[in-house]
Design a protein around this ligand. Structure first.
Ligand SMILES: [Zn+2]
Length: 200
């Protein structure tokens, strides 16, 4: 699994593609993208409480079924909010559902391309259609070493090996986010001063 910083940068890249889809305030919008981009790793929480953080990690919450469910529930909640304050724009259901799905599933794809040295290797990417764990034959991102007990789980993440992994994530995923941001900032030909996304 990439570190939260890698997933956060992926979330920022998606936010630059479709800014303002969830919230009018850009910082709140960006925070939501970052939150969803990291959401699959919430499956650490029940294990952390039980003292074994890896117990449920890379289970069914890292799957196609989870991405579809989270997209439907998330977009549904925004739809409820939209009805409550109907005078304001809060986006459309399908556009928001599609973006939540892509955010969530892109996290799974980044995990898919990350070395995993602990069985079962990979993640159940296609559950519920297949429960088989899959991982790229040539992973690109470096595995993250961490303790298997809650007591020193967070402190164990800070080591030289994981720093190297973080640097690779920042360079590759951050580079993609920067490229997207620069592309989206290009002025539209014939409309001086107007951004390509028309969000000005
Ligand atoms: Zn993950």
């Amino acid at each position: 699994m990439p570190l939260p910083v890698g997933h956060a940068l992926a979330g920022i890249a998606w936010q630059r593609i479709r800014p303002g889809l969830f919230f009018d305030h850009s910082w709140l919008d960006a925070l939501f993208f970052i939150f969803v981009a990291n959401l699959p790793d919430a499956d650490f929480l029940p294990g952390l409480i039980l003292g074994r953080p890896n117990l449920y990690h890379h289970g069914v919450f890292h799957s196609l079924g989870a991405a579809l469910a989270v997209a439907a529930v998330g977009a549904g909640l925004f739809q409820l909010q939209r009805r409550r304050v109907s005078a304001r724009r809060h986006g459309r259901f399908w556009a928001q559902a599609a973006m939540i799905f892509m955010l969530f599933y892109s996290h799974l794809l980044l995990d898919f391309f990350t070395y995993d040295l602990v069985a079962p290797y990979g993640l159940p990417l296609w559950w519920p259609f297949s429960g088989r764990y899959v991982i790229a034959s040539q992973p690109f991102f470096i595995n993250i070493t961490r303790s298997s007990v809650s007591a020193d789980f967070f402190s164990s993440i800070f080591n030289r090996h994981n720093l190297g992994a973080a640097l690779r994530e920042v360079m590759v995923i951050g580079g993609c986010a920067l490229a997207v941001a620069l592309f989206r900032c290009r002025p539209t030909r014939g409309l001086p001063g107007k951004g390509r996304n028309g969000a000005n």
